[in-house]
Design a protein around this ligand. Structure first.
Ligand SMILES: [Zn+2]
Ligand SMILES: [Zn+2]
Length: 308
């Protein structure tokens, strides 16, 4: 018999922690080399990365582990014993007891095959190709002589495809729970998390095409983007250099009177009036709000305050 069977969520938690590390290896290294990346752009440091292949290799390995544990999670929700290799499965009927942790588990290829057999789960051809290429790159890095340079944009693209097509945009709320935040002046927990996520959004947005970025965070592909009055208030309050421009009209129609934010997932009532700034053609205004110091009565396109 087999004892000490795992809970599926243990694999999911591992997967998220590895994901956070895969991202942070690139994100934090770029910020350390060039703190201005937050204002200018991430992803402009190709030469710097040539001499930091070890960091990218670690990121790649963490990403592989994240994906492997994601599939372990999915397969174990059916039955944790499904994770065992054939040899280890022989122990199931043994009179002796074996601790699950001491047994051999399936590798990524077999996990993917089992995943595809679960009802309603499927993987696109491009996702399968991505997984195969990742497996090869990771093997080259762990066993090889590192003859080929790894580029950060390759890893970021794979992370985005994994999160968009395999995990789906629910990854954000799960990621939030393991994300490490630093205390920010005047903000509470969830707002601090949003400000940390804002930096990750900027990171992904700089690396990816607009279309891929929007799919990654679940935002509609069409339609203008607006400042979120809640997140922008927090961004200014905490001294961020970033604009929290991840809100869209909800519904996405020309006469809508509400915006929905894809960072905090909050809503805000807005007024459809022309911005008083001459150079700004927009007509989405956040009305007077005595709870907000910075975004009360402002245009959600250019951020300028409106006179009454
Ligand atoms: Zn928001
Ligand atoms: Zn304006």
């Amino acid at each position: 018999m087999i004892t000490n069977l795992p809970e599926p969520n243990e694999f999911k938690n591992l997967s998220i922690q590895y994901l956070a590390q895969a991202i942070d290896h690139i994100f934090k290294t770029e910020l350390a080399i060039s703190p201005a990346a937050l204002v200018s752009s991430f992803g402009d440091l190709d030469e710097e990365w040539d001499s930091r292949q070890g960091v990218l290799g670690n990121s790649l390995i963490m990403l592989f582990l994240s994906i492997e544990n994601f599939f372990k999670y999915e397969v174990s929700t059916q039955d944790p014993l499904e994770l065992l290799t054939d040899e280890s499965r022989d122990k199931i009927d043994s009179p002796e007891s074996y601790d699950f942790e001491t047994l051999y588990l399936l590798g990524l290829d077999d996990l993917v095959s089992k995943y595809k057999k679960i009802d309603v789960k499927s993987l696109s051809g491009s996702a399968l190709t991505m997984l195969e290429e990742l497996r090869v790159s990771r093997n080259k890095f762990t066993h090889g002589l590192h003859r080929e340079l790894i580029k950060p944009n390759y890893i970021v693209e794979v992370i985005a495809e994994y999160l968009t097509d395999i995990w789906t945009p629910t990854w954000i709320s799960e990621f939030r729970e393991v994300m490490l935040t630093e205390p920010l002046y005047g903000l509470f927990n969830e707002d601090e998390e949003n400000m940390q996520l804002l930096q990750y959004y900027k990171f992904f947005e700089d690396y990816l095409s607009q279309r891929k970025f929007k799919k990654l965070i679940g935002m509609p592909l069409e339609g203008r983007r607006y400042l979120c009055p809640h997140c922008q208030e927090n961004a200014i309050e905490s001294g961020s250099v970033l604009d929290a421009k991840y809100a869209c009209l909800e519904p996405n129609e020309s006469d809508s009177t509400e915006v929905h934010c894809w960072l905090c997932h909050g809503y805000a009532e807005i007024e459809r009036e022309s911005c008083q700034e001459q150079s700004c053609p927009a007509n989405v205004i956040y009305p007077t709000d005595s709870y907000k110091l910075h975004t009360s009565n402002t245009c959600l396109t250019c951020g300028s305050e409106q006179s009454n």
